[in-house]
Design a protein around this ligand. Structure first.
Ligand code: HDE
Length: 683
């Protein structure tokens, strides 16, 4: 039966309200460059008839779409990245022949990707988790990937345990939850049986696992590498990154609420900072350890569950990385970038750390399955920015068109072709001898001393938050035996901590005691491990939420905004409605955000300004009350002008760190906000 019938909804090429054809635009084409006349309708047999298989345009479009996703990373799936550059402060030729560390006038392009570990690509930015800190340096001697974390040690000592660790922390095998969180039975079951993980656990339970911003966290290469100079002299090295803005973290309750208010909190923060010209900067530090010093350390330098206190071996700052450009395309760059710790350049070499040795295999292997071809190095984001040539050929998605007959070496047919060179990568000659065995060295046995060192080195606030984090995580563990085993390990680390957690769990006296393979020792504390108080207080790069109620005083608001700008911070103006708010003279002011979308967890400090009627209105608004109550609970500096009824309702008036705002107290509020949290309020 013919299906062609004129109907009322006859639309030759789709909707009629918007101009679709851009007369001056480039033609829309298929992937074979054939121009399209209609991108709205599939090819049909008659107006109301079935679609035709012949429609290669529809099939090309849908097929491409069907294959848009690639396997996400098995760990570190959720990440945010930026382009930038690295410049050394001075030549480091005396310790390394790496060219990117040799000449302060040379800028090396970089691509940095920050990530969470456990969650999937679509998970939230602020779970309690370790953050990845991976940097690809496109040097003149080839790519160097420094694939680190924001915590200087790792959970396990041997690569053999990595799949077990990751299986345990990721969503549970039968139920498919929780997403992106370690507070569940399988993670703590595994950890409770792995004493070597407890040093890292202390860090993961600390505020380091809740960074305020990717711009405000330290980074660490974790594994021990080697530096080698042109004369062949080599030393061990640990890599460090230090954020120029200093370190900062959010509280657990803030993190939980941020995940709801803005799941992309870190990604947005990084993107907006770069867009606004507030460029993230990190200094690169080297902790260089000669072989004699390495041998004298009270632990094995090859053990990735240990750090070298800066008080023992100082960190020398050798250069700076600046991130100055957002990716043009998230998939092509942030998703397709392939980091591999095996990507080193002459002047850098590996150590025999068994975790690193496993990593040298794993990353290359994972890229093959993720990116689908041994030619992943040809993708624009992965391509070295210096010339490269060899006789590897063909393979899926080959982008190059190699010329000539010779695809082997040695050859005589192509004398100008690529050859080995004297400046090439040479391994540091390390003599190796031993019996082949699956073995863990005795020097790796002390699992608790550095966990204790870390706990006893940090500030009382950090210690308090660690106890709270352990209590929270273990409260979500259903199997009591697991909790008891964890309490046993905590007792070995620090009795006071263990007692606090046991009592908060309602499990005093129930710990199951482990037998340490090596009894822990008291090491001298390392204040450099603190998160708070290590960097000078500042407001740079922070965001202040300024809630404006109707009838607010515009002169004070302008003064406050100018003072915030002067600090290098940003003021977000908020009103009940996104359309704006009127000041005391009835003049309308535009704002950045509506109160509903701007809970105070999104800001570092807050101010509320309102006239009498505006104050009365805000005091009746549940979002405004929650705004102030949360700012108080989350230890933020608070400034109030004419918001007394709201303050009353939110019970913040008598609290520490609340400034009565007027023209002369703006500096007082700024000085308070610079300090970060108002710690006295926490107690
Ligand atoms: Fe990774 N890790 N890892 N890791 N890792 C991956 O590689 C692995 C380890 C780190 O932004 C994977 O491309 C093993 C330590 C970062 O793309 C995979 C072991 C440290 C990133 C892999 C470790 C890291 C990864 C998954 C133990 C800190 C994200 C996707 C032997 C120094 C990089 C990928 C990015 C990613 C394996 C331990 C950091 C599976 C086997 C220690 C920052 O290859």
């Amino acid at each position: 039966m013919p299906v062609s019938k004129k109907t009322k909804t006859d639309r030759p090429s789709g909707g009629e309200t918007h101009q679709r054809a851009a007369p001056d635009g480039v033609p829309l084409t298929t992937n074979q460059a054939v121009p399209l006349a209609d991108n709205q309708n599939s090819l049909k047999a008659g107006e109301r008839g079935p679609s035709l298989l012949e429609d290669f345009i529809l099939r090309e479009k849908i097929t491409h779409f069907d294959h848009e996703r690639i396997p996400e990373r098995i760990v570190h799936a959720r990440g945010s990245a930026a382009h930038g550059y690295f410049e050394p402060y001075r030549s480091m030729k005396h310790v390394t022949s790496a060219a990117f560390l040799a000449d302060p006038s040379v800028r090396t392009p970089v691509f940095a990707r920050f990530s969470t570990v456990a969650g999937g690509a679509g998970s939230v930015d602020l779970p309690r988790d370790v953050r990845g800190f991976a940097v690809k340096f496109y040097t003149q001697q080839g790519n160097f990937d420094l694939v680190g974390n924001n915590i200087p040690v790792f959970f396990i000592q041997d690569a053999m345990k990595f799949p077990d660790l990751v299986h345990a922390v990721k969503m549970e095998a039968d139920r498919g939850y929780p997403q992106a969180g370690s507070a569940h039975d399988t993670f703590w079951d595994f950890i409770s049986l792995m004493p070597e993980s407890f040093h890292m656990i202390m860090w993961a339970m600390s505020d380091r696992a809740l960074p305020r911003s990717l711009r405000m966290m330290e980074g660490f290469g974790v594994n021990t590498f080697r530096l080698v100079n042109a004369a062949g002299v080599s030393n061990f090295v640990k890599f460090h990154w230090r954020p120029v803005l200093g370190t900062a973290a959010v509280l657990w309750d803030e993190a939980v609420k941020i995940c709801g208010a803005d799941p992309d909190f870190h990604r947005r923060d990084l993107f907006e900072a770069i867009e606004s010209g507030s460029l993230p900067e990190y200094e690169l530090g080297l902790q260089i350890v000669d072989p004699e010093t390495a041998a004298s350390l009270p632990f094995d330098i090859l053990d990735a569950t240990k750090l070298i206190p800066e008080e023992v071996v100082p960190v020398e700052m050798v250069g700076k990385m600046v991130l100055d450009r957002n990716p043009d395309n998230f998939f092509a760059e942030t998703e397709q970038v392939a980091f591999c710790p095996s990507h080193i350049v002459p002047g850098i070499d590996f150590s025999e750390d068994p975790l690193l040795q496993g990593r040298l295999f794993s990353y290359q292997d994972t890229q093959l399955s993720r990116l689908g071809s041994p030619n992943f190095h040809q993708l624009p984001i992965n391509r070295p920015k210096c010339p490269f040539a060899n006789f590897q050929r063909d393979g899926q998605m080959q982008m190059g068109v190699p010329k000539g007959r010779a695809n082997y070496e040695p050859n005589t047919l192509d004398p100008a072709g690529p050859r080995e060179s004297r400046q090439g990568l040479k391994p540091v000659p390390v003599s190796v001898e031993g019996t082949k065995a699956r073995i863990r060295p005795a020097s790796f046995r002390d699992h608790y001393s550095q966990a204790r060192l870390f706990y006893r080195s940090v500030t009382p606030q950090e210690q308090k938050h660690m106890a709270e984090a352990l209590t929270f995580e273990l409260s979500k563990v259903a199997i009591a035996e697991i909790r008891k085993r964890v309490l046993g390990h905590l007792e070995v680390i620090d009795r006071g901590l263990a007692e606090t957690v046991a009592s908060e769990l309602g499990m005093a006296g129930e710990a199951i005691h482990p037998t340490p393979a090596a009894p822990p020792v008291d090491l001298p504390p390392s204040p450099a491990l603190r998160l708070y108080g290590k960097y000078p207080p500042n407001l740079k790069g922070r965001k202040i939420g300024v809630l404006l109620g109707p009838g607010f005083d515009p002169a004070i608001q302008a003064k406050l905004a100018a003072a915030i700008r002067k600090e290098g911070a940003a003021a977000a103006l908020i009103a009940v409605r996104v359309g704006g708010v009127e000041d005391a003279a009835g003049k309308a002011h535009p704002v950045h955000m509506a109160l509903q979308t701007a809970p105070s967890v999104l800001f570092d400090a807050v101010a509320v300004l309102a006239g009498p009627a505006g104050d009365a209105l805000l005091a009746k608004n549940a979002d405004a009350v929650a705004f102030l109550m949360d700012a108080c609970r989350h230890l933020k500096a608070i400034a109030l002008h004419g918001a007394s009824s709201l303050a009353e309702k939110s019970r913040v008036r008598a609290e520490a760190g609340v400034v009565a705002l007027n023209a002369s107290t703006v500096p007082e509020f700024i000085a308070l906000a610079r300090q970060g949290k108002v710690w006295e309020r926490e107690n």
